[in-house]
Design a protein around this ligand. Structure first.
Ligand SMILES: Cc1cc2nc3c(=O)[nH]c(=O)nc-3n(C[C@H](O)[C@H](O)[C@H](O)COP(=O)(O)OP(=O)(O)OC[C@H]3O[C@@H](n4cnc5c(N)ncnc54)[C@H](O)[C@@H]3O)c2cc1C
Length: 377
């Protein structure tokens, strides 16, 4: 690459930026990616690493998730990145949870075609030793979910872009402004034909007017991780319970969800008020990642609530049994979220510049597929 010149410049080294850099590089562009920190430290390394196709709205979004999963698989095959096709189990300990799952499976042929189906309690417990079998009425097994460890996967994808496609990755470099073909950075001027702005939670530095008009708010989440589980214990599929059925868009068309919502509101008002639903995954080295809560505002305090952590863990222990549940890490994460169910914000504030943001809680799941669609527009 000629020094300081590129076809496509990407702002942001989170998963959205990496995905756009990959899509541009695969089309043959010379690509430079700017990340203002020494390594990406935003939402993309703070998540579960769940490539969670099953939770996405049926139709185009589900297909986008499946395409992203395929690309994660391609990268894993080339780089040796750990990407475990663990699948997922939605556990139903109450009749209204079972009703939503059964309605979902019956009404979603595209998921059934991919192997999603109802199972009995026995089979669920066979698939994962963590499953609490007492009172379990049934479960939904889905084979499409993939598990990566974001702390390893995000740097690994960046390294892959550099090695396989010659993408120039400029860490510790902030983009201050764009006036095509000039891209002004803290490490000097670049020239590019196209810029893709994937700045995550930073709405202020570049194109603030786009963000001001977007309706985006920030979501704050609390997460926990245990230490390595003893004796090489394996979780198997990623797990969740009834609250998750109220969280993901996949289930919004299920008429039976209204009754579940009424009961949860009556029985678990604290969980509903704090947007708690509980997911469990395992890292390659055997730690368990647990979360999360959701609070929406334009600005958040940085403080963690132990009451929320206790509510997350209490709910988890209702459906899962862990050999060593001791928590060794707690953290908060933040991502921009669109309020009206939209899955992304894609705006062209001027010719040659595209702002991509607002992927909410599904950036790991959707970004690779989204980036291909954005660059094809
Ligand atoms: C706790 C938590 C759990 C989650 N779980 C999942 C999950 O299991 N599965 C899933 O699919 N999704 C999950 N998500 C959502 C997912 O993490 C996000 O959708 C995704 O990481 C957003 O990626 P991003 O690239 O937009 O943002 P970020 O990862 O925040 O990256 C934006 C980057 O842009 C850089 N930047 C900003 N401005 C500039 C500038 N001017 N110049 C240079 N660099 C700049 C920042 O430094 C930052 O590194 C979760 C999120 C959280 C917080």
């Amino acid at each position: 690459m000629t020094l300081k010149q590129a076809d496509t410049a990407v702002v942001g080294g989170g998963i959205v930026g990496l995905a756009h850099a990959l899509a541009a590089a695969r089309r043959g562009d010379r690509v430079v990616l700017f990340e203002r920190d020494d390594f990406a430290a935003g939402a993309s390394i703070r998540n579960f690493g769940m490539i969670w196709a099953i939770g996405q709205r049926r139709g185009a979004t589900y297909q986008r998730a499946l395409r992203s999963r395929e690309i994660w698989g391609e990268i894993a095959a080339k780089t040796g990145l750990w990407a475990e096709p663990a699948g997922s189990l939605h556990l139903a300990h109450r009749p209204d949870e079972l009703a939503v799952l059964e309605e979902f499976v019956a009404g979603t042929p595209e998921a059934r075609d991919r192997g999603t189906r109802m199972t009995g309690a026995r089979e669920a417990a066979r698939r994962s030793h963590a499953v609490r079998e007492e009172g379990l009425l049934g479960a939904m097994w889905s084979p499409t979910e993939l598990n990566v460890d974001p702390r390893r996967a995000i740097p690994a994808v960046a390294a892959h872009l550099a090695e396989e496609y010659g993408v120039r990755i400029e860490f510790g470099t902030s983009v201050r402004g764009v006036e095509l073909p000039r891209v002004s950075t803290t490490a000097g001027e670049w020239r590019a034909e196209r810029v893709v702005v994937c700045s995550g939670n930073d709405f202020a530095t570049l194109y603030p007017e786009v963000f001001a008009d977007s309706g985006l708010v920030r979501c704050k989440l609390q997460m926990l991780r245990t230490g390595v589980q003893p004796g090489g214990w394996q979780l198997g599929p990623m797990l969740c319970g009834g609250l998750t059925l109220l969280h993901y868009a996949a289930f919004e068309e299920c008429a039976s969800r209204a009754a579940l919502e009424r009961r949860m509101r009556a029985e678990l008002p604290f969980h509903r008020d704090h947007g708690i639903h509980v997911l469990l995954s395992q890292t390659a080295d055997g730690r368990l990642t647990i979360g999360d809560s959701h609070a929406y505002a334009s600005t958040h305090d940085p403080f963690e609530s132990e009451e929320i952590n206790a509510a997350i863990l209490g709910y988890l222990h209702g459906f899962a049994r862990l050999p060593d549940p001791s928590v060794t890490e707690r953290w908060t994460g933040y991502y921009p979220s669109l309020p009206d169910g939209r899955t992304e914000l894609v705006v062209e504030p001027e010719p040659g510049v595209t702002v991509v943001n607002g992927v909410g809680g599904a950036g790991m799941t959707l970004s690779f597929g989204l980036a291909e669609e954005v660059l094809d527009r």
